[in-house]
Design a protein around this ligand. Structure first.
Ligand code: PAF
Length: 283
């Protein structure tokens, strides 16, 4: 596995691979690799001849009061995991080479980036869209794998590809869960053991929605309110939002229509830690 830190060098390698007709698959991360990331690398390994992994804790997607400086950066451990997972190129730039002092142009996400997570984290998706666009240009992938765990991020990335006419195949990888249903995330290390086991309530909420909709319940707002109540009743937990969107447009959905796909999106606080989760549900 080769480790590259300079965008120009990574681009030159990607260009050469393309000239040699290699299919490039990329997995973009902020490091602190876990089972979820490894499942994305595995998917990339199955779909592409060359696998690139990017590790970059992107400052432009963190708000002023967020955890940019505390964000875990176990680089040596990540290198070992990436090697073992069969990554060919690890691109791990410094912030200064991604955002030199005169960096000015950014991507603006529009309404999709301002709802839900975007409302709670102003500017977050513009930061994600900017860095993902830059990383697309640097790694020149044919295929890019993103986790469904960050469902709104995935929707934003699909929209970048659509709106900017990018010739990249975006592959969604299913959420990897711990035994109690907690979605695997780098930020789970902030949870106490009590908060970790109580986190099962989020997955229970998703199962509740699945059951209710399978039982012909149509009122999605009512189901969301029931899940909020489940979270409120969990000691140490409080809901931030519980809502349904239609899977195609990622717009709020109130009533289930048979045959349509919806996504239930949940965000909740466990003490001071904010967790997000989601599930796709067919009506
Ligand atoms: O999902 C993440 O880890 C980040 O948001 C991403 C896509 C690597 C952009 O920094």
């Amino acid at each position: 596995m080769q480790i590259i830190t300079e965008p120009r060098q990574m681009q030159a390698i990607a260009e050469k691979l393309r000239l040699n007709r290699q299919l490039i698959g990329v997995v973009m991360t902020m490091g602190a690799l876990h089972e979820g990331h490894l499942s994305l690398i595995k998917l990339a390994r199955q779909s592409a001849g060359t696998v690139m992994l990017t590790i970059f804790v992107n400052p432009s997607q963190f708000g002023l009061n967020e955890d940019l400086h505390q964000y875990p950066r176990p680089f040596e451990q990540d290198v070992a995991l990436a090697k073992a997972a069969g990554v060919d190129y690890l691109f791990a730039p410094e912030a200064g080479s991604m955002y030199p002092v005169n960096h000015q142009i950014t991507v603006e996400c529009g309404a999709l980036g301002q709802r839900l997570e975007g409302e709670r984290r102003p500017g977050h998706f513009n930061g994600v869209a900017t860095v993902v666009s830059k990383l697309f240009h640097i790694t020149k992938p044919h295929i890019a794998i993103f986790g469904e765990k960050d469902a709104q991020q995935l929707a934003v990335i699909r929209k970048i590809v659509e709106d900017f006419n990018l010739d990249i195949n975006i592959v969604a990888a299913p959420i990897v869960r711990e035994e109690n249903g907690l979605a695997v995330s780098s930020r789970n290390i902030y949870l106490s053991s009590q908060e970790r086991s109580a986190a099962a309530v989020l997955y229970q909420g998703i199962c509740h929605a699945e059951k209710s909709i399978a039982g012909q319940k149509k009122n999605l707002s009512e189901i969301a309110a029931e899940i909020e109540q489940m979270i409120f009743s969990t000691p140490g937990y409080r809901p931030d939002y519980v809502t349904f969107v239609d899977e195609e447009r990622f717009e709020p959905a109130e009533t289930a229509v048979a045959g349509k796909e919806y996504r239930l999106l949940l965000a909740a606080f466990a003490g001071t830690v904010r967790l997000i989760d989601n599930g796709k549900i067919m009506a």
